[in-house]
Design a protein around this ligand. Structure first.
Ligand code: CA
Length: 228
């Protein structure tokens, strides 16, 4: 499944190289040439991953990483730092600010894609193609199919993404605003009651195999996927 990846890099040639390679690997990219611009973009849409250059004019990569980690809404977004320096001290400093991985320039497209894939698998399982399964419910991101006790279930595209997110983040409560951020990628322009509409549709789609009971309403908080 395609992830939305924000590339923050001020050198146009490198920004282009990184973004094009990620797009070739099937991802959708957002591009920013400064931390300030990236902050604005993140306010509007929460990406699945950020590739962040260390040396930026204005707010540098490390300060931006700290800013992201210090904000409840963005602290969970996986971060890969890009740097021209192979210095071990820099690497440690980068990882201390909460970066998940580190790539030293120059790098090959293959290395970039491998690291992105590894970080997504570890941190954003809803953005990978791995088949997920829980209590007889199986979701396959490759074929876009959902099986309930072996029987195909019919889900719309939004319900599919919603279920994928829930299944990869089971047993945790998410508010409507958080679901809009993670599933719709937009918490600004979409209304919260949209979530309720799609939760209703999702439950209806899961009814034939009885899996609708896994989508639980948590009063005055939000929703949770639970097999208990
Ligand atoms: Ca730079």
């Amino acid at each position: 499944m395609a992830a939305t990846i924000l590339v923050v890099e001020d050198e146009p040639a490198i920004q282009e190289l990184v973004a094009c390679n990620l797009e070739l690997a099937g991802h959708r990219t957002l591009r920013a040439e400064s931390a300030e611009q990236a902050m604005q973009m993140v306010r509007e849409e929460l990406p699945d991953l950020i590739v962040l250059d260390w040396m930026l004019p204005g707010i540098n990569g490390m300060e931006f990483a700290r800013h992201l980690r210090g904000d409840k809404r963005t602290q969970g977004v996986p971060l890969i730092m890009l740097t021209a320096r192979a210095d071990e001290q820099d690497k440690l400093a980068g990882l201390e600010t909460g970066a998940d991985d580190y790539i030293t320039k120059p790098f090959s497209p293959r290395e970039l894609n491998a690291r992105v894939k590894a970080v997504l698998r570890r941190r954003s399982p809803q953005a990978t193609d791995d088949v997920v399964e829980a209590a007889g419910l199986q979701l396959d991101p490759n074929s876009h199919r959902v099986l309930g006790n072996g029987q195909p279930l019919q889900l719309g595209p939004t319900e599919f993404r919603l279920l994928h997110f829930f299944m990869t983040h089971a047993e945790r409560v998410y508010t409507r605003a958080q679901l809009l951020d993670h599933v719709w990628g937009d918490h600004v322009f979409v209304e919260e009651r949209t979530v309720d509409v799609h939760i209703r549709r999702l439950r209806k789609a899961l009814e034939p195999s009885g899996h609708d009971r896994l989508i639980q309403t948590v009063r005055s908080s939000g929703y949770r996927f639970s097999t208990n």
